[in-house]
Each structure stands twice: as structure tokens, then as C-alpha cells.
Design a protein around this ligand. Sequence first.
Ligand code: AMP
Length: 220
Amino acid sequence: MRLNIILLGPPGCGKGTQAKMLTEKYHIPQISTGDILREAVKNKTPLGLEAKTYMDSGKLVPDDVVIGIIQDRLKQPDCEKGFILDGFPRTVVQAEALDDTLKTMGKKIEHAISISVDEEELLRRLTGRRTCRSCGAMFHILFNPPKKEGICDKCSGELYQREDDKEETIRNRLNVYNQQTAPLIDYYQKKELLRTIEGVGKIEDIFRKIEEVLGENEAS
Ligand code: AMP
């Protein structure tokens, strides 16, 4: 089974959660440009210093920066059996660069799965999100509250609201998504790789729908 997967969808649609579940089931890495950039910001590397201002205001980091990150990451041996791209590509330029990179490696994208969720629901989800400063675990003040307010259940670290989870930034991120990333739905549809699933309901049910998509394609 070839599993070079892209998860597409607006911020807050649950891509990250589903990517983690796919990683556990299929033993292929989740590659999240957002996570890689946040780690760089935390460590104050040159990449992190460059990316921070874009990220804090909800803008996209320049294409050449994220394309470079992905090209390096895809060369790692753990990507041999497949990978799940979560949060990349986000522009048509990134998608084209990804196609070119994979081609030189004798690979291609096999599944582009778009997770759709309406905007009101996205706002509710994103503004309630809290992240652990130490281990990165995510909670939600309404849907998945920690046992003790402000404290991570897993490592007792401090929970905080990411700068880019504040309401004004979220509206910005959703605009950026609609303008720059939504055109990718068309891009992958034209390549006959796109499958869209509803991202509302129980996390396990959404995962089942993704498994069905992967299974169906395997049979064809
Ligand atoms: P995420 O956690 O995927 O929502 O990413 C958080 C932030 O990182 C985004 O709002 C962007 O500023 C930046 N970022 C992540 N992935 C990309 C990408 N593929 N292209 C440009 N910027 C990105």
C-alpha cells in the first residue's frame, strides 16, 4: 500500500489530530510544517526568527522557506513507506514544488484528503484551543478541557493560547486559507486525487471515513 498523503483543510479542521492517528495506524511520519516552524521559533534558530512575525500575525511564511524545509524532510529514511503532509502545501506554488521534488525522487502524491468544516465551527474550535508549553499537547476549554485549568494532564506543563489562536489572528488565518490554500482543492481535483470528507462529528468517525478513502483507493 502506497501512502503518500496530503491532508488539506482550513486551520482547526482537525488535520493534525487525524494525521497523528494515521501515523499510529500506518507507521508513517506526520510532517507538519507548522510544528517544524514552531519548534524553530521555540529554539530561536535563524529559521524561527524569520518565521515568527509571519506566524504571529496569521500570514503564510514565504514559499521558498517552507519548500526548503519539506525538501529536506522528505529525504529522511522514515518517509520511504509513505508520509502524511499536514499543513503543506498551502499555496499552488508549494504544490507545484512538491510535485517536482517527488518526481525527482521517483514518487508522487497518492491521496489528497480535504477535511471540510464550516467557518463558525472553526472559530469556536480555534479560539478555545490551549497548548502545553512543554510537550505541545493540545486541549480545548469546551470540547477537551484539562483536568486542572491551565495545567497539562500529560506533563503538568503550563497551558497557553497560541498567539495565532487569538480571534483576530484566526480571522486572518481563515482569510489566508480561503484566498491562498482553497485553490489547492481544485488543483488536486484536476489531478483526480481529491477526496472530501466532512470534518464534523466524533474524531473516530472522521478517522473511519479517512480509512475508507485509503482502502477504496487501494482496491482500485
Ligand atoms: P499550522 O499549525 O499548520 O496552522 O501553522 C501555523 C503557522 O505556520 C501558519 O499560520 C503559517 O504562518 C505557518 N505555516 C505552516 N505551514 C506553512 C506553509 N505550508 N506555508 C506557509 N506558512 C506555513
